[in-house]
Ligand binder design. Structure first.
Ligand SMILES: [Zn+2]
Length: 479
């Protein structure tokens, strides 16, 4: 039997079970690093399918792997699964008017209930294929917590968890079907702790040294720094602790959190060092002390071009999810549910992207095709993801698969609702098949795998280095 036929048949068999997993994770809707029930369900399902599960990896309780090996030798293939939710986005599945299951509770507004399940399905399909066809090889499901928090994959990469993989595939619920062409920014986040000396601000101001002044001068310095950094870079900051609420007491402590983004991790590091020097300058001016504490960092994600060639074909062979009339009207109701200003912006984008038939797309807003990938489609996105660190360690590729209406906006209650609906189900089934086929086809192309590895070596200069020093532990209880 041809690999794709095998995959399609096997998928139909596990589909009801997979959808139960999706529904359960949708209902659990657990926050970053707190995904205990979701992780346990995925672990148990893997065990039931004959995978060997290791729990509590990379110093994160909800981080795990499930591995299956057939025979000796062969390729080692990885699949990444995420399963954390976002705060405040609780919403009833499939419902296109705001209706939280529980007020202000977390919800799957990024569709990670689908992401974790689709990758799980793919791992099971690959396992069944190796077994049925007696092909030696190994497949590993990576349970990756807290993508919406401070991440986990950089800690997993630092612990060497990906090292044995020849290649890794993952996916993200999206509104289009395509090999993800995004080049995401690298990011580094740190808390700056300023320490001064308190005093009565009225009676003895000359005895005080204000930590709050230092924090403010740091902001002034960073705002001047903006003019002298590369245009793609970003600096964000927030006051974590302003040192108290009494203006008549000199603030002896202040904490500011800074996030630095740039297209490459080397640029982010350089910019971060400059921000540290600005902080030191601010401390010097105010005769206070500053301690910078790096808390999080992701490397940039860049699609692996060698893997992209294989995946592009596999995606088209599997095909887009097949949508029916009810699906189109459900998708339309979500598109119409966005606020007027957002809808206007989405409409403009539709007109630019589909000048011929934008009205038809607006009325039937579901992606029914797989869009071809080419390296010149790669675009820089301001956002950041911890998948970047996986791709900096081993060949890794992300696929986007339609689980929501065209023009959809992520991190919204609308996304939560669609993730729990038939749209999410169909997208996840397609994604599971695509990922499995990608693994099987790549496994059969050792030359492409070699090329993919060379690509990684060219990027990381010979080996993965984590942007976080070993002293920085996963912020499991603090983030
Ligand atoms: Zn996401």
């Amino acid at each position: 039997m041809k690999d794709i036929e095998f995959i399609s048949r096997a998928m139909e068999k596990i589909r009801p079970e997979m959808m139960k997993v999706r529904d359960a994770i949708f209902d659990y809707a657990e926050l970053p690093y707190k995904e205990t029930k979701s992780a346990e369900l995925l672990c148990e399902t893997l065990e039931n399918h004959g995978f060997l599960v290791k729990r509590g990896l990379a110093e994160i309780p909800t981080c795990f792997t499930g591995e299956y090996r057939y025979g000796e030798g062969g390729m080692t293939m990885g699949l990444l699964g995420e399963f954390d939710a976002l705060d405040g986005l609780s919403q009833e599945a499939g419902c296109s008017v705001p209706k939280p299951v529980k007020d202000r509770a977390p919800g799957h507004g990024c569709g990670h209930c689908l992401l974790g399940t689709g990758a799980l399905a793919a791992a099971i399909l690959v396992k069944e294929y190796l077994e049925a066809n007696r092909i030696p090889g190994k497949v590993i499901y990576y349970g990756c917590p807290a993508e919406e928090g401070a991440g986990s994959k950089q800690f997993m990469a630092r612990a060497g968890l990906f090292d044995e993989c020849d290649f890794i595939y993952t996916w993200h619920p999206a509104s289009k079907n395509e090999v993800d062409a995004m080049h995401s920014n690298a990011i580094m986040g740190a808390n700056f702790y300023f320490k001064g000396r308190t005093a009565h601000a009225g009676a003895t101001p000359h005895l005080g040294r204000s930590a709050l002044d230092a924090a403010e001068l740091m902001s002034v310095g960073c705002n001047y720094l903006r003019e002298h950094m590369i245009p793609e870079a970003r600096l964000h900051y927030a006051y974590i602790d302003a040192g108290g609420t009494a203006p008549n007491v000199v603030q002896d402590r202040a904490v500011v959190r800074y996030e630095v983004r740039a297209p490459y991790v080397s640029q982010a590091k350089e910019l971060y060092d400059r921000v540290v020097r600005v902080a030191q300058g601010a401390a010097m001016m105010t005769e206070t002390e500053v301690t910078p504490e790096l808390a999080m960092a992701f490397t940039e994600y860049i699609p692996n071009l060698a893997l992209a060639r294989v995946a592009d074909e596999c995606m088209r062979e599997v095909g887009a999810p097949s949508w029916e009339e009810e699906d189109y009207s459900l998708a339309k109701s979500f598109l119409e549910s966005f606020p007027a200003e957002s809808k206007e912006a989405i409409k403009q984008k539709f007109m630019e992207e589909y000048p011929e038939d934008w009205e038809e797309k607006w009325n039937k807003p579901l992606d029914g095709e797989v869009r071809p990938f080419s390296p010149d489609k790669i675009y820089l996105s301001a956002g950041s993801t911890d998948v970047g660190d996986v791709g900096y360690a081993v060949p890794c590729l992300n696929l986007n698969v339609a689980c929501a209406c065209l023009g959809n906006i992520g991190h919204t209650w609308q996304m939560t609702a669609q993730a729990g609906s038939v749209l999410g189900e169909k997208g996840t089934v397609a994604a599971g098949k695509m990922l499995a086929l990608c693994c099987l086809r790549t496994m059969g192309e050792p030359r492409i795998v070699e090329e993919a590895k060379q690509e990684v070596l060219r990027r990381n200069g010979g080996g993965y280095t984590c942007p976080l020093p070993d002293s920085v532990k996963p912020p499991v209880d603090t983030y």
